[in-house]
Design a protein around this ligand. Sequence first.
Ligand code: COA
Length: 258
Amino acid sequence: MSYQALLTSLDNGIFTITINRPDKLNAINKTVMDELKLAVEEVYNNPAIRSAIITGAGPKAFIAGADITEFMGLSKEEGMAISKKGHDIFFAIENSPKPFIAAINGFALGGGCELALSCHFMIAAENAKFGQPEVNLGLIPGYGGTQRLVQLVGKGRAIEMLMSGRTITAQEALQIGMVNEVVPAENLLARVTEILTLINSKAPIAIAKVIECVNKFDHSRKGYDHEIEQFGECFATEDMKEGVTAFLEKRKAAFKGN
Ligand code: COA
């Protein structure tokens, strides 16, 4: 399978998916999302694939978020539709019987942080930065961030990140249990490959059952469905239009609360 916005490779059962829009810090546009769906299907369907890595092209970013340029002028229903589409793909990653590790090689913001959260765990380069800056745009996370971040780092840490939009360093992410390890950037893919090589040496059915059982911990989609609704409602606000316009005009947003 060949992709426009992704690079993929398969070595020793490890499938590497690289989001490849480095000039836009690998922001997730419609093409990236559509192709990510196909790449995840490839992981499910290709028996030669034992596990997967998701990473970003270039030295600066894993993924700097959803592509904000595609948000302008969307209605509540359209906002809900992109949220629902992302949820389905990210659920497929989370519930994949084959492990996904996020190799975080720079900014993992907004939808990029949420994609990383949907992977089974994360390994970060020393220059990685994490954040859910949607509130700066008059938005909330729309790809599961309000649910998965709380599960991973606990309510206090998560709600502070979600309300402040603050970006945290790789070291802070390690300290709060968001990432499993921090390694020098040049060793990132080698370290993730080493971890997956160990996991790939185990019984595949047992690995699939570990994932399935761990994910049963909270199987309800209630919180996620509520997130879709609330994400959509943000698109009906003036503040969201102001937030997105301000980003595009490279200025600070002036929010009015409407
Ligand atoms: N959507 C669309 N384009 C994005 C983007 C996004 N989420 N993040 C970065 N880009 C684009 C920039 O607009 C810029 O494009 P240009 O060269 O055509 O102007 C390019 O990627 C490089 O980004 P730039 O902002 O110049 O890099 P920087 O080093 O000064 O800043 C960030 C890096 C990550 C701090 C900054 O890009 C940023 O704040 N991005 C948005 C993060 C965000 O809010 N994500 C959540 C979206 S819901």
